[in-house]
Design a protein around this ligand. Structure first.
Ligand code: F6R
Length: 366
């Protein structure tokens, strides 16, 4: 049932090129120049008249929401707030019937997310669900929605659910941006075409697996790890740190790269591996100077870079390359090496990768 892989997690990491295709199949129509999403078309006015979008989710799904915040604001020019469902539901939040709430959940059963949805509905918001599990509680409780179609995710640590959520949210943002006119036809077409090429690029990133295994061997005994990224790749840093924590039990933190100097830089010494996302598009020069700051404090640098990069290669202890992409779609590529790194470190430490201690696949209690 693991299809020849040692663990479900590894199988699911490798399924991502297919899973992403399954998410955009029938929706992404490059030739017609449209994004087709029935649940959105039927409620287009609600979306287009929205004062803002509030995204509610937990854990990895919340990280997908953070990536979506960048996409929606960048392309569709709709203000977005991303909320932990558990905080949102108990905060007496300001919600009106002009708000659109997007709930993201792989399992569709997360108790806090479900409660946040009920609250938002009571206050008159339109609630759109993004779930993987068909017929789940959240899928039933929302006004409309779209499934990621990632296929069953068995490993407790979420992998393909994350990249397919980002894929779906990107399609949604593109659709709204085109319908509202905030995105030109040319740019829209350009991103649609690029999205179609993402699965092949993910395949290429997966080819780095043997290299990542070597890197994992060097850092498997680390006690702490720092993950840094900027812009669209800040949430990827958070997600990378979460993956490492949950399956290898190494303490890890994700930070926006520029925040390092406001505190975490104090942690850096020769014992501290720092994983930095330093792809070419989006704040590259700024990230390079962040890398120099780490290097001058003797931190160990593992950088995720764009193919052909030489500047970061000269500074970093290890580099993993990903194919070139726009900043908006780069999280779909940069996430993959971080998943693999956590996986290998956890295996080398003898951890139960598919069922980490204290964790459950769906959290149905608050
Ligand atoms: C992380 C992980 C959890 C879930 C979170 C939300 O790998 O699995 O953080 O992402 O419990 O679950 P869903 O998406 O099912 O609502």
């Amino acid at each position: 049932e693991k299809g020849g892989y040692d663990h479900f997690m590894l199988k699911e990491i490798y399924e991502q090129p297919h899973a992403i295709k399954d998410t955009y199949r029938g929706r992404l129509r490059v030739e017609q120049g449209i994004v087709k999403m029935a649940g959105v078309d039927q409620n287009l006015e609600r979306f287009l008249n929205a004062n803002r979008i509030i995204i509610v989710a937990c854990g990895t799904s919340w990280h997908a929401g953070l990536v979506a915040e960048y996409i929606f604001e960048d392309l569709a020019r709709i203000p977005v707030e991303v909320e932990y469902a558990s905080e949102f539901r108990y905060r007496n939040p300001v919600i009106t019937d002009k708000d659109v709430v997007i709930a993201i959940s792989q399992s569709g059963e997360t108790a806090d997310t479900l409660a946040a949805i009920k609250l938002a509905k009571e206050k008159g918001a339109f609630v759109f669900g993004i779930c993987n599990v068909v017929g789940s509680s959240i899928a039933r409780e929302t006004h409309a929605g779209a499934y990621t179609h990632a296929g069953p995710e068995i490993g407790v640590a979420s992998t393909k659910a994350f990249t397919t959520q980002i894929t779906l949210l990107t399609l949604l943002a593109l659709k709204l941006a085109r319908e509202s006119g905030t995105l030109s036809k040319t740019k829209f077409h350009e991103i649609l075409t690029e999205m179609e090429g993402i699965p092949a690029k993910v395949e290429r990133v997966l080819e780095s697996n043997p290299l990542i295994e070597i890197i994992a061997d060097v850092y498997k005994d680390a006690e702490n790890c720092l993950y840094l990224g900027r812009g669209y790749n800040f949430p990827v840093a958070l997600e990378g740190a979460l993956k490492l924590k949950e399956i290898s039990y190494i303490h890890a933190e994700g930070y926006p790269a520029a925040e390092m100097k406001h505190g975490p830089i104090a942690l850096i010494d020769e014992q501290m591996p720092v994983i930095v996302i330093a792809t070419k598009k989006g704040h590259y020069e700024k990230v390079v100077s962040n890398i120099q700051e780490i290097k001058s404090r003797k931190g160990k640098i593992i950088a995720v870079v764009t193919e052909g990069d030489s500047q970061v290669r000269d500074l970093a202890d290890h580099v993993v390359e990903v194919p070139e992409s726009s900043e908006a779609l780069s999280p779909l590529l940069t996430t993959i090496p971080l998943q693999l790194l956590s996986y290998h470190i956890a295996v080398m430490r003898g951890c139960n990768v598919d069922q980490p201690r204290n964790l459950a696949k769906s959290v149905t209690v608050e």
